[in-house]
Design a protein around this ligand. Structure first.
Ligand code: IDP
Ligand code: MG
Length: 139
């Protein structure tokens, strides 16, 4: 049975702190299947496009600088109820408010450098997956 998908990025702070393996393990133990994965560094243009919804926010320039500061791991994950279940697994945007045991609680260092991205809707999951993986262009 195929589930729904979500899109994630392990962000530069977590990759540079060598948390990638532990985070992938948490994701798999959370019941998600890996459908696609790649290691890359975002260009400024790509980071600005990915976070375009936030371009009027005061933290936008800092967010783009942070997201381009080092390599990331981008992945497409599959599970029933993938978007909501993944947001539960990663925890609140601000790690100070994230529940015990969540990926952000364990690995994030600040509200900006918060270790991991998770899509916020099925529609955005499809858009974000296709942004990085041509095989998801018509998922
Ligand atoms: P989300 O990643 O939990 O969906 P969003 O509100 O979509 O949170 O924000 C996107 C990203 O922008 C966050 O994950 C975080 O890296 C950064 N961010 C959000 N709010 C702030 C803030 O108030 N200050 C600095 N960075 C922020
Ligand atoms: Mg968001």
């Amino acid at each position: 049975m195929s589930g729904s998908i979500t899109f994630t990025m392990i962000k530069p702070d977590a990759v540079s702190a060598e948390h990638t393996g532990k985070i992938i393990n948490d994701i798999l133990e959370g019941g998600f299947n890996l459908k696609a994965m790649k290691y890359l560094r975002l260009t400024k243009e790509k980071a600005e496009a990915f976070y375009a919804v936030h371009k009027e926010r005061p933290f936008f320039a800092d967010l783009v600088a942070y997201m381009t500061s080092g390599p990331i791991v981008a992945a497409v994950l599959e599970k029933d109820n993938a978007v909501a279940d993944f947001r539960t697994l990663i925890g609140a945007t601000n790690p100070a408010e994230a529940a015990e045991g969540t990926i952000r609680k364990k690995y994030a260092t600040s509200i900006e450098a918060n270790a991991i991205h998770g899509s916020d809707s099925d529609e955005n999951a499809a858009i974000e997956a296709s942004f990085f993986f041509s095989s998801f262009e018509r998922y």
